[in-house]
Ligand binder design. Structure first.
Ligand SMILES: [Zn+2]
Length: 340
């Protein structure tokens, strides 16, 4: 391990863009598969590691759907959520806003109240036992249309679990215009939730403008195509609207051809508040520490630069000010101890 990798491994971090089912590591999937022996997913860890070796985007979808198929009852939901937090704790992630798609589970027959109880139970245990603070972003699976939007807004506003902080929109962007979701975001915002749609991952800056205007986005999931629009870059920088950039995901989904062509540096150079995140880490063969290493290479960061990057995520998070100050101080103390 290089010095910089060792620094990253110990650096206290916050993660703002990471999906619930998309965080199921081979270890977690093995546990879920063992609970459901009729599933096609292997429960032997070695066979699973091979099953999980990322080949292409179609393979990602296949693996993703097979994991979705393993989330059948509230106990699966609780186990997945708690075990994801365990993987985060190992990477020194102290705080994560986990994007959860309740619609998928509720449609598959898990009652909404039981679903919410399961994630909340896991959240409290994770905080007490693992020292990881979890918060939720409930997102609309865009490809499932307005029915999913209605159901997601209903669950978010009616049940409003304690850990819920934001409302999102995921799934494909092409063929799924953002403005149609305005009424659902209006309801969520009126209920006190923050707006965090995905935009500008696989489509141009126009989608980001739509997310800002129609969905009143306070942060943008991905947002990398902002690099094509100087006016948008200036707007994001001036309003301190952060981007949740996920470099390895962008390569895996072919949103960007190679890491060397990734616009991360252009976004940072334009003064935009940029955070680095892992999206669906095991499925893209990455984790947050690897994403920090990628950012360090693309942005030529030393430990001071990495410290600032970690603090960007704190700044852009939906923690309260006291929690932000505490985590920022912990990051600074770590950086000092490293230098000393
Ligand atoms: Zn995402």
């Amino acid at each position: 391990m290089s010095d910089l990798d060792a620094f990253i491994a110990g650096l206290p971090k916050a993660e703002l863009h990471v999906h619930h089912v998309g965080s199921a590591s081979p270890r977690i999937v093995a546990e879920l598969a063992a609970r459901h022996p009729d599933s096609a997913v292997p429960s032997d860890p070695e066979a699973l590691a091979d099953y999980f070796t990322f080949r292409d985007f179609a393979h990602f979808i296949e693996v993703y759907l097979s994991v979705v198929d393993l989330i059948r009852d509230a106990e699966d939901v609780r186990l997945l959520t708690y075990e994801v937090a365990r993987d985060m704790a190992r990477q020194q992630i102290r705080y994560a806003e986990l994007t959860i798609t309740p619609f998928s589970s509720v449609r598959r027959g898990i009652p909404d109240a039981a679903f919410v109880e399961a994630i909340e139970d896991a959240r409290k245990s994770a905080e007490a036992e693992l020292g990881v603070v979890l918060r939720w972003c409930f997102d609309i699976p865009g490809e499932a249309g307005l029915e999913a939007a209605e159901e997601t807004a209903r669950i978010a506003c009616e049940l409003q679990p304690e850990g819920l902080v934001s409302f999102g929109l995921g799934g494909p962007e092409i063929g799924v215009p953002r403005p149609q979701f305005k009424p659902y975001f209006d309801r969520a915002i009126a209920a006190g939730l923050r707006s965090v749609p995905h935009a500008g991952e696989t489509t141009g800056p126009g989608t980001i403008w739509d997310a800002l205007r129609d969905l009143r986005a306070e942060r943008i999931g991905h947002g990398i195509s902002a690099a094509q629009d100087p006016q948008l870059l200036a707007h994001l920088a001036e309003r301190r609207i952060a981007l949740e950039v996920c470099p390895t995901s962008n390569i895996a989904t072919r949103a960007v051809r190679t890491l060397d062509e990734h616009p991360l540096k252009e976004l940072v150079d334009a003064g935009v508040l940029v955070t680095v995140n892992s999206d669906d880490p095991p499925m893209f063969g990455t984790d947050l520490n690897t994403e920090y290493a990628v950012a360090a290479r693309l942005l030529e960061l030393d430990t001071t630069g990495l410290t600032a990057l970690a603090k960007n995520a704190v700044t852009a998070s939906f923690m309260d000010d006291a929690a932000k100050a505490r985590l920022a101080a912990e990051i600074d103390a770590y950086a000092r101890s490293w230098r000393g």
